[in-house]
Design a protein around this ligand. Structure first.
Ligand SMILES: O=C(O)CCC(=O)C(=O)O
Length: 417
């Protein structure tokens, strides 16, 4: 029987199921699947592998291409483990996506990256919040369509609230998406903006407290990551964190995305190809369906959901701030693979974005970024655009009847047609 090796299960290993088909990696030296044809034994390692599986769901298949994401540990990042910090840096430069193990991590011992003070670095707490929010999401989407539709604020120029199934587009031809989603604002839940109308189920004290806790805990992780990237980039202390204050006015939001199973003879993208608009995304998945197109690759690869972990990815703002040193990778959502294909898929996302008035331009004061600009031949002509304008343009361009051409992000010309 095929077994998973210790090297795969270390926190810096790439998460592939034993025997899975995987694409050639961008980080080949870490991309080692070793096989062992020996007899089945229950070892600590196998138990650990089982801990990564959602036992209550159909299995993620072994025979689909999977993406070479590094698996990092929140505990080690908090402890400033030098190897883990290097892995974080490489993941953010090479792929812009990684798995983050949140298990066994209650509270930060150190607070150096944690300027807002009121969002604790609590991996276990975040896992619990995410679990509860999956349940809340199920209740939310089970409301009648006409009730949910009342909270689509597109016509008021807002990307918060509900988007119905097929009300977004996945390409320039206007092909309808196959998901519904609901966006709820950090600023609303932290009491720093007006409270938006929302279904009663999201207005209860319990739901609001849960969302607030989830936002604060996600934001604390975002801040940790920003702090470590800030150091690596050699930027003046707290530069990145100061553009993403928990209490700064921003487009930060929680999103639930729900995609019903698609007929076997008619499977299309549930959510179109895109890069994320903002800075750092914290994503919880249970079923497969998320795919990324690795840099230079032509084959879309699944991201295998891992229990106890979130997926973290960088968005366009980080590319713009760093003159392209950091990567915001293109991704999309399709029907879950294999035996998972008949299940309804839901994901839970926290999008951290720069504060509304922050200009999306190359940051000054860091040698590494300055050097990158020199290599690029000086100043690339930068558009004068704030984070808020950028998000509005990108988000609204993906709604039916929106301006597709203007919805392009940092993926280059790929989606301009
Ligand atoms: O559902 C997922 O796994 C990813 C969602 C996503 O990419 C998005 O909402 O922008």
């Amino acid at each position: 029987m095929t077994q998973i090796t210790a090297s795969q299960l270390g926190t810096s290993a790439i998460a592939h199921p034993a025997g899975s088909k995987s694409v050639s990696a961008i980080v080949p030296e870490l991309h080692h699947l070793e096989r062992d044809a020996g007899p089945t034994k229950t070892t600590a390692l196998e138990e650990d592998a089982n801990d990564l599986i959602f036992q209550d769901l159909p299995p993620f298949p072994h025979d689909v291409p999977t993406a070479p994401l590094l698996r990092l540990s929140l505990r080690k990042l908090i402890d400033r483990d030098p190897q883990e910090e290097s892995n974080l840096w490489r993941a953010c430069c090479d792929l812009g996506f990684f798995h983050l193990d949140l298990r066994g991590c209650e509270q930060s011992k150190r607070d150096s990256f944690h300027q807002d003070g009121d969002g604790d670095l609590n991996g276990n707490g975040l896992l619990k919040d995410a679990e509860a929010l999956f349940h809340l999401g199920e209740d939310l989407f089970s409301l009648p369509s006409d009730v949910k539709q009342k909270y689509d604020f597109k016509d008021q120029g807002s990307y918060f609230g509900y988007k119905g199934l097929g009300s977004g587009v996945v390409d320039s031809k206007g092909t309808k998406d196959r998901n519904e989603f609901y966006n709820t604002s950090k600023d609303d839940h932290l009491g720093i903006s007006e409270r938006l109308p929302a279904p009663a189920i999201l207005q209860s004290e319990d739901s609001r407290a849960l969302l607030k806790s989830y936002m604060q805990r996600s934001h604390a992780i975002v801040n940790l990551i920003l702090g470590q990237l800030n150091s690596r980039l050699g930027l003046p202390s707290e530069t990145l964190q100061s553009l993403h204050r928990l209490r700064g006015v921003s487009g930060d939001q929680v999103r639930w995305v729900r995609s019903p199973p698609q007929p076997t003879d008619d499977r299309k993208m549930a959510l179109g190809e895109h890069t994320d608009f903002g800075s750092v995304t914290v994503l919880f998945n249970r079923l497969g369906g998320l795919q990324i197109l690795p840099p230079g690759g032509e084959e879309w690869c699944y991201v295998k959901p891992l229990k106890g972990h979130c997926v973290v990815n960088l968005g366009d703002a980080m590319v713009k701030f760093t003159a392209g040193i950091l990567r915001s990778n293109i991704h999309r959502v399709v029907n879950p693979p294999g035996q998972q294909g008949d299940s309804t898929r839901m994901s839970l996302v926290y999008f951290a974005r720069p504060e509304d008035e922050v200009l999306l331009k190359v940051l000054e004061g860091g040698d590494m970024i300055d050097e990158k600009r020199r290599q690029q031949g000086g100043g690339v002509d930068e558009e004068h655009i704030t984070a808020k304008e950028w998000i509005m343009r990108r988000a609204m361009g993906r709604r039916a009847g929106g301006d597709w051409a203007k919805s392009a992000g940092t993926e280059g010309d790929r989606l301009k047609q």
